[in-house]
Design a protein around this ligand. Structure first.
Ligand code: ATP
Length: 359
């Protein structure tokens, strides 16, 4: 049993976790939900012994205090972390990664049994044992990361946003795999932004908001809680997984809209997460804020500056929107002209000439 009591973490003056208490029993999946910056990764790092901040409170694994121990000693108590970004050795083979996971003393004698267990859970990993990890798909790499952590013979497996960057299909497979891992008796502490799928496999969940646990409940109750639905499973959450192509397919002509759509589709993780900082007390009548308000500056000005910085002259006598539309028209005209001239050329001549160029 992993038991965290009254945990405080500070990075300098910044309080990342305040008076946090959670527990994870063997064979249960516990999910921590929270907005960006709420302190989820900090919690896992503090438990794993690799937090850069000042950590105070109590963390016990099977009754043994582990706060203050170096991370390799914490692994020996039966806690394994799959960090955000997986933390695997991409230039090594699957097998080498798994064997590195078996380095802790507690795992050395049970290496073969653990390999067998991983074989049953993830047969693909054993089939692909000689493949270099960087050549694998994102989902397969995530499997390697989980397999490697399991090779350390943990009783508690912690995962920091394992579904990040995976396609919906691979996400499904990942969560199915985690359910299977739980059946082996491991306790799983899962930090996730994919609330829907993580709550579907979890037993319990905690809502972490602004460094504090605001709510704890059974996963099924959280999934049906209207506030949680609004903050994590609602329309906003759906828009965070909207593919970029859908965003750009809108018939926008206004430069502000185009820039806002581009910002949305290329936004880093922080901006793409749909939950506002005050997630658990959502304001029903919150006014919709414009892109200008969100950015704190005029998007039209941004576009104009970007245009002039790209070396294209901005005609100050012509309104920006007009100028933008003119540029779009001229680019479209160029594309049309290029396509027309390409259609006129026989494909074979083109290929031959490219071979000649190589010679
Ligand atoms: P995300 O979902 O974006 O990963 P999170 O909930 O995991 O967010 P943390 O990474 O735990 O959040 O960060 C919590 C707060 O602590 C943030 O405000 C972050 O900027 C700050 N923080 C995290 N690591 C450090 C650090 N090494 N030094 C200073 N501040 C940090």
């Amino acid at each position: 049993m992993l038991e965290v009591r009254n945990l405080f973490v500070r990075y300098g003056q910044h309080r990342a976790l305040e008076d946090l208490s959670i527990h994870v029993a063997p064979g249960e999946i516990v999910v921590i939900l929270g907005a960006n910056g709420a302190g989820k990764s900090t919690l896992l790092k503090a438990i794993g012994g690799n937090c850069e901040g000042q950590v105070e409170g109590s963390i016990e694994m099977d009754g043994q205090p582990i706060l203050g121990l170096p991370s390799h000693k914490i692994v020996e108590t039966g806690i394994a972390l799959v960090p955000e970004g997986r933390g695997i050795f991409a230039d090594l083979s699957v097998y080498d990664n798994l064997m590195l996971g078996a380095y802790p003393k507690r795992a050395r004698d049970v290496k073969e049994e653990n390999l067998e267990r991983i074989h049953e859970l993830f047969p693909k990993l054993i089939e692909r044992r000689h493949q270099i990890v960087r050549t694998m798909s994102g989902g397969e790499q995530q499997m390697v990361a989980i397999g490697r952590a399991m090779m350390s013979a943990p009783n508690i497996l912690m995962l920091d946003e394992p579904s990040l960057g995976l396609s919906p299909l691979l996400c499904k497979e990942l969560f199915r795999n985690l359910s299977e891992v739980r059946k082996t008796g491991l306790g799983i502490l899962l930090v996730e932004q994919n609330a829907k799928q993580s709550l579907a496999i979890a037993d319990r969940g905690y809502l972490l908001e602004n460094a504090k646990i605001m709510h704890e409940d059974k996963a099924a109750s959280l999934a049906s809680d209207p506030m949680v639905q609004k903050a994590y499973l609602g329309a906003g959450a759906a828009s965070s997984s909207k593919p970029a192509s859908k965003v750009s397919s809108k018939p926008e002509t206004n430069p502000s809209d185009i820039a806002a759509a581009a910002l949305e589709s290329f936004a880093p993780k922080e901006a793409s997460f749909a939950v506002p900082p005050s997630i658990y007390i959502p304001s029903k009548n919150a006014p919709t804020r414009s892109a200008d308000e969100l950015l704190g500056q005029s998007v039209t000005d941004l576009v104009a500056r970007a245009t002039s910085q790209a070396g294209e002259p901005t005609n100050i006598d012509v309104p920006i929107a007009q100028n933008h539309n003119d540029r779009l028209k001229s680019v479209l005209a160029e594309i049309e002209a290029a396509a027309a001239s390409a259609r006129g050329r026989p494909a074979r001549t083109k290929r031959r000439s490219s071979y000649r160029n190589k010679e």
